[in-house]
Design a protein around this ligand. Structure first.
Ligand code: 0RA
Length: 633
């Protein structure tokens, strides 16, 4: 064999083209070149180790972030095969590390994670690493190979002997590809913890050498530990957790359910260890099965009378934390983010399994069954009350459509496209805004702080709140099902609150409200956050305003004059002219249009404020909640 000459053949060229494609369009393969994409590199490798554990070959994974932001992932699986690949004529590991979509395994794993955003393969990680080295322990020997930007720079070498098996991968993310290569350990720990919950046989050792942080993640009770974790610090309805683990027609279904005293529903679904954010057939099966059996039990045991309607799925899931994890041979991932399980036959299998197992549980635990039913029945009562409240508001707003709320200082222009509504925190700021505004195009609706008190209430209560009712009438387009954006009296609606914690609470509440009851306003881009300045620099009659401390300092440093710094905590500290100049005058104000993601994040924060603090949502909130900077979550 002649190793001295490296001649390119057709398959080499294909490999180089493949790697080049990944480096040219990394977003296509790992979602983004931001923090999400960067962290995805780690998850991609760990998923391969998890595949080994799902198949029963691996029970230990080590993940280490080094000081230089390189990462090592090692496992005690079988080790990536090293034998010469019959078609390519090179070691199998080299094929796996350089061929796109090889998915790691050639018919290897039964329940491989490949699919969705995951499963782009180790080759994508390799291509996006300035260096990757791999050590394999297999069949008594230790092998090593090094790559740069996906291209092998050494041959697979034998470097020693061993009785162990496993794979050790060390990689340095390519700085020229990623916006940042600084790993954030909370993001990694969150996913590793989730994987440990989902795979109770695995122990994941995490170490961040940058801050000497070490964590050992092992949850012997799997999904039971998962629901307990989500429900920690909550009032618990059933200490005895509804749990089952069953295999039907090659599909493994595992479910855990625990109710808490709260009002929100938290269903986390997974398919082959991938979080199915968009749901899918396993979720539908879960919901159908649960709704059917709880209603059946309720009828059999006299909780529902003959003439009473069934409880709805939502009634039954109020306060529920449910985790469903399925392992499927050939998962189909669909949806916008490829996180929706599509295989149709899974629905019936999961529905049957949930029906049967929850049936057993309820029959064996009558006191818990009673508590769950009482909770569902009270949820139904609240739902009906909310519906009545909505209808009342609707009817009222229809009757009183000409009588606008007394607190509203409306604008004289009647063309919605030219009209702006400022929802202002507090009567005193409301007063300044009224005096400072352009009366033709700007309307002011002051809100009392009282709106804060409804923060911990169910939304049906929120709807009876006077301040909220005033807002509904002022906007004039109804709410919920009969919201009609064409009737909106303003095409720009500004939320103007103080730059403190109360202010950001009110902002979150209002956004949650718009998101849940007037979503089109957000979708059409009608909702804005006003941006009053936080600082003023004064010298005689001269004044400059700033929103950011950095900009303020830059200005001071660039100036040889002496300035007095004013720090505005509340809108009330500004007089009408100042408020107009800085925040309301369309010619020089800065405004922030609310996106649907902002609103979803607000909705999640709202739930958190109500005590439903759920770890996995935090990442999303932190990434999206630009308006929530004052909120300590
Ligand atoms: C291909 C085939 C087999 C295992 C693996 C890949 C594998 C990949 C990774 C990535 C990280 N750790 C890993 N461990 C294993 C099956 C090997 C066999 O059949 O013996």
């Amino acid at each position: 064999m002649d190793n001295s000459q490296n001649t390119y053949n057709a398959s080499d060229i294909q490999v180089l083209e493949g790697l080049e494609a990944v480096r040219k369009r990394p977003g296509m393969y790992i979602g983004s070149t931001g923090p999400r994409g960067l962290h995805h590199l780690v998850f991609e490798i760990v998923d391969n180790s998890i595949d080994e554990s799902v198949d029963g070959y691996c029970d230990s994974i080590f993940v280490t972030i080094h000081k230089d932001n390189s990462v090592t992932v090692s496992d005690n699986g079988r080790g990536i095969p090293v034998d010469t690949h019959p078609m390519a004529g090179i070691p199998a590991v080299e094929v796996i590390l350089t061929t796109l979509h090889s998915g790691g395994k050639f018919g290897g794993s039964n329940y491989s994670t490949s699919g969705g955003l995951h499963g782009v393969g180790l080759s994508a990680v390799n291509a996006l690493s300035s260096q990757m080295s791999i050590i394999i322990k297999r069949e008594g020997r230790i092998y090593k190979q090094i790559y740069e930007k996906g291209v092998p720079v050494s041959k697979l070498e034998e470097i020693g002997e061993t009785n162990d098996t496993g794979t050790i991968i060390h990689f340095i993310p390519d700085e020229t590809i990623f916006d940042t290569i600084v790993f954030e350990n909370p993001i990694i720990i969150q996913r590793l913890r989730e994987l440990s919950f989902l795979n109770k046989n695995i122990t994941i050792h995490f170490e961040d050498e940058r801050e000497e942080l070490i964590k050992k993640l092992h949850y012997a009770e799997g999904l039971i530990d998962f629901v307990k974790y989500v429900n920690k610090n909550k009032e618990i309805i059933n200490d005895n957790i509804i749990y089952f683990d069953t295999k039907k027609e090659d599909i493994i279904v595992e479910v855990a359910i625990q109710y808490n005293g709260g009002y929100s529903e938290n269903l986390y679904s997974f398919a082959n260890n991938i979080r199915t954010q968009e749901g899918g057939t396993h979720e539908v099966g879960f919901k159908n099965g649960l709704t059917r059996i709880v209603n059946e039990y309720a009828r059999k045991n006299g909780f529902l009378k003959e003439n009473e309607a069934n409880l709805t799925g939502e009634d039954i899931r109020e306060g529920m934390v449910g985790i469903i994890s399925v392992l499927v041979k050939e998962p189909q991932f669909e949806g916008q983010t490829k996180t929706k399980l599509g295989n149709m036959y899974i629905r019936g299998i999961v529905e049957g399994a949930v029906f049967e197992n929850v049936d057993n549980f309820l029959n064996e635990n009558p006191p818990i069954a009673r508590k769950i039913l009482e909770k569902a029945i009270s949820a139904r009562r609240a739902r009906e009350a909310a519906k009545k409240a909505r209808e009342l508001t609707r009817r009222k707003s229809a009757l009183e459509s000409t009588s606008l709320p007394g607190k509203l200082a409306d604008c004289s222009n009647k063309d919605p496209a030219e009209s702006e509504l400022f929802i202002v925190e507090g009567d005193s700021a409301g007063g300044s805004a009224k005096d400072g505004r352009d009366r033709n195009s700007q309307a002011i609706l002051p809100l009392k702080g009282k709106i804060l008190n409804v923060q911990r209430a169910r939304l049906d209560k929120v709807l009876t709140n006077e301040e909220i009712k005033a807002m509904i009438t002022a906007i004039g387009a109804g709410i919920d099902d009969d919201f009609d954006i064409k009737k909106a009296r303003y095409h720009k609606i500004f939320i103007m609150t103080d730059a403190d914690v109360d202010g950001s609470h009110i902002r979150v509440l209002l956004l949650t409200f718009f998101y849940r009851y007037m979503r089109e306003l957000i979708e059409e881009g009608y909702i804005y956050i006003a941006q009053p300045p936080l600082f003023g620099l004064k010298r005689g009659n001269e004044i400059h305003y700033f929103q950011e401390e950095d900009k303020l300092n830059d200005f001071i440093n660039a100036s040889d004059k002496k300035w007095t710094i004013q720090r505005y905590k509340g809108l009330g500290e500004m007089n009408p002219e100042q408020l107009w100049d800085t925040t309301m005058n369309p010619d020089n104000r800065t405004i922030l249009q609310v996106t649907i993601n902002d609103a979803i994040a607000a909705d999640a924060i709202f739930s958190d404020l109500m005590g439903e603090n759920v770890e996995p949502r935090k990442e999303f909130i932190q990434e999206n909640a630009k308006f929530a900077s004052n909120l300590d979550i």
